[in-house]
Design a protein around this ligand. Structure first.
Ligand SMILES: NC(=O)c1ccc[n+]([C@@H]2O[C@H](COP(=O)([O-])OP(=O)(O)OC[C@H]3O[C@@H](n4cnc5c(N)ncnc54)[C@H](O)[C@@H]3O)[C@@H](O)[C@H]2O)c1
Length: 366
């Protein structure tokens, strides 16, 4: 075999090298000159069911960055679905460009046709910079879409359900650390009070938590501070806030060496995706510091649970009750982490991988 053939077989090329790294099943590049659509759909693993994951529109610096993002996010969806016990695989799509400039009915519908061509192997939904309205356009071209408005039989915005799941995961961590899951009187610092963080504040306030909040949106900060009697801190001050629990609900990769060094809390439990900058470094670092970390893809799986219910026939009560189960799964993960002395993100990943292997075996016979 020639060295170039060998490189291709091993997946050493620019694209296949990346696809093989996380063992993706299929990656589809979609382009349309008329609408300017440039999209990548990454299907990571469909052992448990069709790959479900939202479509993100983002102005990536370059194509390599877009590919990296979609590969990483789709893999996360596989784990999220698996650990939540859903019969779903992991997938995700990105559309490259500035959403305020490129988004149109035609672009979303063209994208919908590409989704349709995958015959249900990929189910799309909303994500960063896409809305339920955009999903309505996608739905005009394919039925393989969830996150539709309630009036169309969909589950609507999944954020309140994600917030409820985050609240459940946080209560499980409290039980694990303080022997009691009450958040009454606990000092909780919330970074990002958008769709999920905002709803989370409601649950925490109702239970009597003392809230510390930050956001880059000053207007929202002021109104939430008033509504929930919360203390406002500026920017990165949230990391060193005097609190029991830190809830990252804004962007990813914020748990890095510098920020972890500043934390005074005993628990990190928030909704943001991909919170650990490097899970192999920062997962163990949190554990060594005696901080209980509820893995992101577990604690924020309420949104996925909600859209899965939409896929099989939507009932809000069922979505909420399945989301409540995040409490028990979190307790299991935290107990196993303590018993095996392995950081929680690894424990959750191993549980997710085990379920996929077990179900693959179930499907190995007729
Ligand atoms: N919406 C869902 O159902 C859902 C599901 C799973 C995971 N998540 C994750 O949860 C996080 C929040 O999602 P969302 O839907 O609430 O998004 P959102 O955009 O509604 O809210 C994010 C908030 O964070 C604020 N923010 C941005 N940068 C910040 C910074 N540097 N410091 C402080 N605040 C900052 C924004 O102003 C905004 O208010 C994201 O990481 C998202 O990927 C959301």
């Amino acid at each position: 075999m020639s060295s170039s053939q060998e490189a291709v077989t091993k997946g050493n090329g620019e694209i296949f090298g990346q696809i093989t790294t996380y063992d993706h099943e299929q990656v589809v590049f979609c382009q349309d000159n008329h609408t300017g659509l440039k999209a990548i759909i990454a299907i990571h693993n469909t052992v448990l069911g069709p790959g479900l994951g939202g479509t993100r529109i983002y102005n990536y610096q370059n194509e390599a960055e877009a590919l990296k993002d979609v590969l990483r996010l789709s893999r996360g969806m596989t784990y999220k679905a698996s650990i939540s016990g859903l019969n779903l695989g992991g997938a995700k799509a990105v559309i490259i460009g500035d959403s305020t400039k490129i988004k149109s009915e035609a672009l979303m519908r063209k994208f919908g046709r590409f989704v349709e061509n995958l015959n249900g192997k990929y189910i799309t939904a909303e994500d960063v910079n896409t809305t339920t309205k955009d999903m309505e356009y996608v739905h005009m071209e394919t039925k393989h879409v969830v996150g539709l408005p309630e009036l169309m039989g969909g589950g609507g915005d999944p954020s309140p359900v994600t917030a409820y799941g985050t609240y459940m995961g946080m209560k499980a961590a409290a039980k694990n650390v303080w022997g009691n899951d009450s958040l009454n009187g606990k000092k909780i610092a919330v970074q990002g009070i958008g769709k999920v963080g905002g709803h989370l504040l409601g649950f925490l306030h109702k239970e009597g938590a003392k809230l510390i909040i930050t956001d880059i949106n000053e207007e929202m900060l002021a109104s939430n501070a008033k509504q929930y009697s919360a203390t406002v801190v500026k920017g990165s001050e949230i990391f060193s806030a005097d609190c029991d629990i830190f809830a990252p609900c804004a962007m990813g990769a914020i748990l890095n060496t510098e920020n972890i060094g500043k934390l005074k809390c005993k628990v990190v439990a928030g909704a943001a995706n991909n919170q650990l900058d490097d899970e192999n470094i920062h997962g163990p670092m949190l554990m060594e510091k005696g901080i209980t970390y509820v893995p992101d893809f577990l604690i924020n799986s309420g949104g996925l649970i909600n859209v899965y219910q939409e896929y099989i026939g939507y009932k809000r009560e069922i979505a909420m009750s399945k989301t409540e189960h995040i409490y028990n799964i979190s307790l299991d993960v935290l107990a196993k982490s303590a018993a095996d002395k392995i950081h929680t993100q690894r424990v959750a990943t191993e549980l997710a991988e085990k379920r996929i292997k077990d179900i693959l075996n179930v499907h190995s016979t007729y």
